[in-house]
Design a protein around this ligand. Structure first.
Ligand SMILES: C[S@@+](CC[C@H](N)C(=O)[O-])C[C@H]1O[C@@H](n2cnc3c(N)ncnc32)[C@H](O)[C@@H]1O
Length: 287
């Protein structure tokens, strides 16, 4: 009975039942493909016990010991990755999977064409771009339609989104968190859209640094704007959505950046509605 309750509890608290690709984490030999990433598994420690360490800290060891004995394989349970911040775990797990399913549609694609046409009017032709938090690649596909020759890269934490990205020809997919990304080269454009609003505010400066280091010309920041930092509920979740002047903070942080252009996309736009996004095109001065 205790075992059944435990299993039900795991499922209602966001555990996935979809196997994860093996390279994303170690799992106990012969057991389910749980991506037990960076959680410090001791040799021979079971998945069920490790899962509890992250997701059910209040479970007592005797219950775990019983579980390990009675259900050593626990074959279908998979866990979201364990990242440093709660926000990364949130996007790498079920919420991100469901978002990826929702994030499509011809009207949205038309609005993106309109949006990127305007942005490219300010940048001129670009040869390469990297997107931070690309989801299924709608922004990058739009760029490719407008600039068939452009070289593209994407960083994405959610594996179902990564699976979509991998179907896009010629795209360099970096399946990892932005907070782990170490830029090895620079691009004409580094872009981030609807992602800084979901990053743990304490980690924002790390993302700003990576955006800055990834670009030698332009940085596009398209996010929800507020002059002062604020948090607001997001689909019933707390601490998952934040608004502030992200681009202004980058301008303050990096004296070599200047504001090239900015604008707003309104959700009530009769032709090309978008989600009340303020966008800022920052330009890096040549050094
Ligand atoms: C709201 S969606 C925006 C997607 C896309 N940029 C767009 O404009 O449609 C946020 C995306 O960022 C990804 N993401 C969130 N935090 C991330 C992180 N720390 N590292 C990499 N990707 C992240 C999510 O998985 C999701 O695909």
């Amino acid at each position: 009975m205790v075992l059944v309750c435990f299993a039900l509890q795991l499922q209602t608290e966001g555990l996935e039942r979809t196997p994860q690709p093996p390279e994303r984490g170690a799992s106990a030999p012969g057991a389910s493909p749980i991506p037990l990433r960076s959680i410090g598994l001791a040799p021979g420690e079971s998945q069920v016990k490790s899962a509890s360490r992250f997701y059910r800290k209040d479970f007592t060891l005797p219950i775990l010991a019983a579980l390990n004995q009675a259900a050593p394989a626990y074959p279908t349970v998979t866990l979201p990755m364990s990242y440093e911040t709660e926000q990364e775990n949130f996007w790498s797990g079920n919420f991100g999977d469901e978002y990826t399913e929702r994030n499509q549609g011809a009207l949205h694609e038309a609005a993106l064409l309109h949006f990127f046409s305007e942005v490219l009017g300010h940048t001129g032709r670009i040869g390469s771009a990297i997107e931070f938090g690309a989801n299924r690649g709608l922004n990058l596909s739009t760029l490719r339609r407008l600039l068939p020759e452009v070289e593209l890269a994407a960083i994405e934490i959610n594996e179902s989104a990564v699976a979509h990205l991998r179907t896009l020809p010629g795209l360099d997919v970096k399946a990892q968190s932005i907070l782990e990304f170490d830029p090895a080269r620079t691009y004409d454009l580094a872009l981030i859209r609807g992602v800084l609003i979901h990053v743990n505010p304490e980690k924002l400066s790390e993302v700003y640094d990576r955006l800055y280091r990834s670009s030698h010309k332009f940085i596009l920041v398209a996010e929800y704007y507020n002059p002062t930092p604020m948090a607001l509920p997001y689909r019933g979740h707390q601490e998952r959505l934040f608004k502030r002047d992200f681009a202004g903070e980058m301008l303050d942080r990096f004296p070599e950046l200047s504001l090239r252009a900015y604008g707003f996309r309104y959700r009530r736009d009769p032709l090309f509605p978008q989600d009340d996004i303020s966008w800022f095109l920052l330009e890096k001065s040549r050094m």
